[in-house]
Design a protein around this ligand. Structure first.
Ligand SMILES: Cc1cc2nc3c(=O)[nH]c(=O)nc-3n(C[C@H](O)[C@H](O)[C@H](O)COP(=O)(O)OP(=O)(O)OC[C@H]3O[C@@H](n4cnc5c(N)ncnc54)[C@H](O)[C@@H]3O)c2cc1C
Length: 494
């Protein structure tokens, strides 16, 4: 059931189903996931080149799983280096607390990797174009207006684009956010940091092989071992210090001096950023939606800004596809903000708390923090640090026993998601007549997998007869097949 005002599927006035504004990692992921589902997508970016300054360096297993759906995860992973955790160290570099994450997550992908964002985005952009999304670079979206039937954008080259829906993935200064007219809620966190990406020469040895948060109240800083020969340092600006002063080559050399002998690295790029924790109050106004940095911005202390944007894309893509191509009710799109906002907010809150801990410049407060770190019991070998990434909260798209990101076992040597494709999955131990209306519904919307013949699936059921997994790989719910079918049908209106 589409909205009464929906244009017919082959309306000649429409250039595409969905316009994605911005070809950063969020927009690229969304465009790729929509194109993979057969939607006509146009993605528009005002720049022709990738963002040139240093930004994301870490991504998690869920992002790699999203890239798996797009078909480029193996290529991306091949250019990364494993991140096995993080040490908090004192000013004298003695370890205050050490956290280790397992190499492999239950999704079947490395828990965390370090990468070079331009290389990552190059692969992503090529993949998205190969999937059939139309990409227009060097054309900014100017005026954006919506009516009952669609969205019309005036582009900087004088052309006009009309689509059913538009998604603003246009970054922190999003103009689409202004079209929606929402405010930004501010956590009140504001700290400026210099980020320096280096190219190491062969003689640059002895650098840390793990990520370090250096809790030095005289200069809090972060050390990030990126894929060789790159290496990153991030230095907090001290009160009253200017971006120009700290960015001067002599200043950067001085900051690096205690880590690297002079002349053993070149600065590839550097930038000063002011980090905030911000969330837009409204992510959707009828046919216009927001995703990624346009909807929320986090300080990068957990390395989660880009990851959160790509989670938005995965959450939104299947819902837009269901509404546009399968006649699902338009209200399905309201579950997008309802599910993603609390999730993004928790990640921001944890990152802000983390940031406040790291950014301490008061020596007394720093000494108290260090003592608390040292007094805390060291994690035992094998203990995983608590994940800052929560499950999705309950709502129309998540039942009381759902909301967690499903594990991804291998079935006869193939990854679960590759077996399922981009639809729903019903994993069941309950005998199911494959000619029944329930089985027919699940087969039409994804796949039915028998946990009795695939025991690898049994842990997903968590003691229930069946488990329904959504196309974004979050668990819809667990329980008897009849209940799961009713819930899924109500969600999709079919
Ligand atoms: C120092 C630093 C370190 C970070 N580290 C990490 C990390 O380790 N891990 C992590 O996950 N995240 C990290 N982040 C955050 C991450 O870089 C961002 O969250 C991510 O790049 C945002 O992606 P996006 O696609 O939403 O927006 P962007 O990457 O900003 O892309 C927006 C795109 O929209 C385009 N655009 C804007 N306006 C228009 C318009 N009117 N018309 C057309 N196009 C338009 C822009 O040209 C741009 O290409 C870090 C950020 C910083 C600053």
């Amino acid at each position: 059931m589409s909205t009464p005002d929906d244009p017919p599927p082959d309306d000649p006035a429409l250039d595409a189903d969905v316009m994605v504004v911005g070809f950063g990692p969020t927009g690229a992921t969304l465009a790729g996931l929509l194109a993979r589902r057969g939607l006509r997508v146009v993605v528009v970016d005002r720049d022709t080149e990738l963002f040139p300054l240093p930004r994301a360096a870490q991504c998690d297993h869920e992002v790699l799983r999203i890239l798996q759906e797009l078909g480029c995860a193996d290529e991306v992973v091949a250019a990364t280096v494993l991140n096995d955790g993080l040490d908090f160290v004192a000013a004298d570099r003695s370890v205050l607390q050490s956290f280790t994450v397992p190499a492999l997550a239950r999704t079947g992908w490395p828990t965390s990797v370090f990468f070079h964002q331009p290389s990552f985005e190059t692969v992503l952009r090529r993949t998205v174009a190969d999937l059939g999304a139309e990409v227009r670079l060097g054309v900014g979206v100017g005026d954006l207006r919506q009516d009952a039937q669609g969205v019309t954008a005036e582009l900087a080259d004088g052309t006009r684009l009309r689509t059913r829906y538009a998604v603003g993935c246009d970054g922190a200064r999003s103009a689409t956010r202004k079209v929606i007219g929402t405010d930004l809620r501010d956590t009140g966190f504001e700290e400026s940091w210099l980020v320096v990406d280096l190219f190491l020469h062969e003689g640059a040895t002895g650098l840390p092989t793990r990520c370090l948060q250096v809790c030095d109240p005289a200069r809090p800083h972060t050390v990030v071992p990126m894929p060789a020969p790159r290496f990153r340092f991030e230095f907090m600006l001290l009160p009253g210090e200017s971006a120009e002063a700290i960015s001067a080559p002599a200043s950067i050399s001085e900051l690096l001096a205690s880590w690297l002998p002079a002349g053993t690295a070149d600065v590839e790029r550097s930038a000063v950023y002011t980090f905030h924790g911000l969330v837009a109050s409204t992510w959707r106004d009828r046919r216009v939606l927001l995703a990624g940095d346009a909807a929320h911005q986090t300080p990068p202390f957990l390395g989660q800004g880009m990851c959160a944007g790509m989670r938005d894309a995965a959450n939104l893509a299947w819902k837009l596809a269901a509404v546009v191509a399968d006649g699902a009710p338009d209200e399905l799109l309201d579950t997008y903000q309802a599910e993603r906002e609390p999730h993004a907010q928790v990640v921001i809150d944890v990152a802000v708390d983390f940031g406040r801990l790291i950014c301490t410049t008061d020596p007394v407060a720093a000494a108290e923090r260090d003592a608390a770190f040292r007094a805390a019991p060291a994690p035992r070998p094998g203990d995983e640090p608590p994940s800052p990434i929560p499950p999705l909260g309950p709502g129309p798209g998540v039942g009381p026993l759902g909301g967690d990101l499903s594990a991804q076992p291998h079935l006869a040597g193939e990854r679960l998601d590759d077996v399922v494709g981009c639809g729903f999955a019903l994993c069941t131990e309950e005998p199911l007549d494959l000619d029944s209306s329930e089985a027919t519904w699940w087969q039409a919307h994804g796949a039915v997998l028998d946990a009795r013949t695939h025991p690898e699936l049994v842990p997903l059921l968590a003691g229930r007869p069946a488990c329904a997994i959504r196309p974004d790989r979050y668990v819809l719910d667990r329980g008897p097949v009849a209940d799961l079918t009713e819930r899924a049908r109500a969600l999709l209106g079919s």
